[in-house]
Design a binder for this molecule. Structure first.
Ligand SMILES: Nc1nc2c(ncn2[C@@H]2O[C@H](COP(=O)(O)OP(=O)(O)OP(=O)(O)O)[C@@H](O)[C@H]2O)c(=O)[nH]1
Length: 357
């Protein structure tokens, strides 16, 4: 039953890093392939072969170096560094600004946006490429002409201008694309984690918080509490006032629960139907029991007002606290809290039961 929250651990960041890693392998293989095949069709200096071998080896070493744990900033720098290290010698020996390889420039910021998802990295690459074009332009008369091609100065300048312009344009478009996809992904993420009716976290999201709190508690040696809260005789409210009033009661309860908790460290979500899951971080069993009792008092003292009716709401709570040093799996704590909740229902409802595990 916890598959959804568990699979969230493999988040989009990790997938992006794996994609970047794969791209590094493809680029290395492509360069190696071009290094072997190109001389079969075009007469070329051995320097191209040496650069090709160097570039594919460099790409392969980055492929092995990149791991899912790598930081976004490091990955950005690797891609920028690799692009420049691969391009500069190639451009120097193949005609500088007039090289056939300079057309690759505008594609690089797009790649960076797709792989690292960083507008800053894309702009940094754009600036580096512009500096490179200017440096090649300035140093042209000082560098030996390996291609022995004669291109007029005005044509070289015009080419440099268009390369820089298209690199800037492609950076603007890719950064804008990134901004729009970010807006959509934030919206989708919010929808995927929110309960449609009560607007608090849904089951998936609260379970995710549970795993996060569990992992933090393991690291910091703190205890946490899992609380299952179920509204008493909710079916009667539905039957007596209708489902839409039942829905509003759920919203009312969700609001009370949300305002009763600390904004930092605690978490509440709708677990299903009229059942809510609350996670309290860094608490003792006694503190958790006090908080749960307070929540029940608040619920009872804040009836749901509907037309001329006042619906008093009570709930039953089952609590299970983790033990420092021997933290049970979150699943076990939920099962124990659930058992305590049903014991509370059997004993007459509107009460808090702490599990003994
Ligand atoms: N209005 C509304 N009702 C819901 C929703 N989800 C579940 N329910 C209803 O909640 C009721 C739960 O009924 P029971 O499981 O018998 O629980 P109860 O009446 O609260 O009784 P106890 O839990 O034993 O105190 C059912 O009638 C469901 O149809 C919802 O989203 N909106």
């Amino acid at each position: 039953m916890f598959d959804v929250a568990g699979s969230d651990k493999v988040d989009t960041e990790v997938l992006r890093v794996l994609l970047a890693k794969k791209c590094m392998l493809y680029v290395a293989c492509l360069i190696a392939f071009a290094t072997v095949v190109r001389p079969m069709f075009v007469e070329q200096s051995m320097v191209f072969t040496y650069i090709g071998v160097f570039n594919s080896c460099l790409g392969l070493s980055f492929y092995f170096y990149i791991s899912p744990q790598i930081k976004k900033v490091t990955l950005s720098f690797i891609i920028i560094f690799y692009s420049l290290l691969a391009l500069v010698p190639l451009l120097v020996i193949s005609g500088g600004v007039n090289s056939q390889f300079s057309v690759i420039f505008p594609i690089i910021p797009i790649f960076i946006c797709l792989l690292v998802y960083s507008a800053k990295a894309a702009w940094l690459m754009c600036v580096m490429l512009t500096v490179l074009v200017v440096a090649l332009l300035v140093s042209e008369m000082h560098l030996p002409n390996y291609t022995e091609e004669i291109v007029s100065e005005s044509k070289t300048k015009s080419r440099a201008f268009w390369i820089v312009l298209s690199t800037i344009l492609s950076t603007i478009f890719s950064v804008e694309f990134l901004r729009i996809t970010n807006i959509y992904s934030t919206r989708l993420n919010r929808q995927a984690n929110m309960d449609v009716l009560t607007k608090i976290s849904n089951r998936r999201s609260v379970l995710k918080s549970l795993y996060q709190i569990h992992e933090r508690s393991l690291l910091e040696g703190e205890a946490y509490a899992v609380i299952m809260l179920d509204i008493d005789f909710f079916k009667r409210i539905n039957d007596q006032y209708g489902h839409s009033v039942g829905d509003q009661v759920l919203v009312h309860v969700a609001k009370i629960l949300e305002t009763s908790l600390r904004t930092k460290g605690d978490s509440v979500g709708r677990y299903g139907g009229e059942e809510f899951l609350i996670i309290l971080s860094d608490v003792t069993a006694e503190q958790a029991e006090n908080i749960a009792n307070k929540i029940l008092e608040t619920l009872e003292s804040a009836p749901f007002l509907f037309k001329d009716n006042s619906i008093t709401i009570t709930a039953t709570v089952g609590i299970c606290c983790s033990e420092v040093g021997q933290l049970s799996a979150p699943e076990t704590l939920i099962n124990h809290a659930d058992t305590a909740l049903y014991q509370g229902k059997k004993e007459g409802r509107n009460r808090v039961i702490c599990c003994q595990h």
